[in-house]
Design a binder for this molecule. Structure first.
Ligand code: 6PG
Length: 244
């Protein structure tokens, strides 16, 4: 199941996304004492992260109970302009009272296979310290969608689209011109909430295909996101939703 909500422009989309983030955080903390979120990379989330610093809804957030992860990372150092961690640090993490121990970044600066193995250990330690096999349940997976329909770093035709056991993988994506570390479909689909943020006219045609064409994740990787339990929420601006 999915829930598609459209907003007039990028600013109202960002405000809605920040309010949604704050609401899921508050309900997760009330229910389980903490909120675990896998942040999206790219550029669309930047105004959302900035609003989480200044907005009324986020001002009530108990950041001491928030744990921040990433849905994917480019294999670059944290201070590199392409770093998803670096983007979130600049827009959000440096401006909220979040303990360093609650920031679980992917070390893009080390050898990719090592970085993936390390991040998988981090996730297993956080989500299932007691016993192997427990699912990884992010309270919220924030996701973007590329103009080619990729999400996280799950690209067209990737063998990772068929991954069933690993939670994290490293792979060299030609489209991304380099190595990436990404959550796999099992890790994303076990989340309690998954929310896509899609903005701009350049996404409209692909978004129409993803939301209305028959399921073909190899060609439209964003279609791989189907929560084990729960709805996928699509937060769009009217430019991206123009062909729906
Ligand atoms: C990344 C992202 C990726 C992104 C989309 C959309 O590391 O690039 O995780 O999946 O969300 O490419 O990017 P924009 O928001 O910049 O359009």
């Amino acid at each position: 199941m999915r829930d598609v909500r459209t907003y007039p422009d990028a600013n109202s989309l960002a405000r809605a996304a920040a309010d949604h983030f704050a609401a899921v955080a508050a309900s997760s903390i009330a229910a389980r004492g903490h909120f675990s979120v896998a942040l999206a990379g790219g550029s669309t989330p930047i105004p959302v992260y900035k609003l989480l610093v200044t907005s009324e809804s986020a001002s009530q957030l108990d950041w001491s109970s928030v744990h921040v992860f990433w849905g994917d990372e480019r294999c670059v150092p944290p201070d590199h302009p392409d770093s998803n961690y670096g983007m979130a640090r600049e827009a959000l993490l440096d401006h909220v009272p979040l303990a360093a121990a609650n920031v679980h970044r992917i070390r893009g600066e080390i050898e990719p296979l090592q970085a993936a193995a390390e991040y998988e250990r981090t996730l297993r330690q956080f989500f299932s310290p007691a016993h192997k096999g427990a699912p990884i349940t992010f309270d919220l997976a924030l996701l973007g969608m590329g103009t080619d329909g990729h999400t996280a770093s799950l690209f067209l035709g990737s063998e990772l689209l068929k991954e069933e056991s690993r939670w994290v993988a490293a792979h060299h994506a030609d489209e991304a011109r380099g190595w990436r570390i990404t959550l796999t479909p099992p890790a994303i689909n076990a989340a309690r909430h998954a929310t896509f943020l899609v903005s701009g006219p350049d996404k409209a045609e692909t978004l129409r295909s993803v939301l209305t064409d028959p399921r073909q994740p190899d060609l439209l990787p964003a279609q791989i996101v189907e929560l084990t339990s729960g709805n996928v929420l699509w937060l769009l601006d009217s430019a991206a939703a123009a062909l729906l």
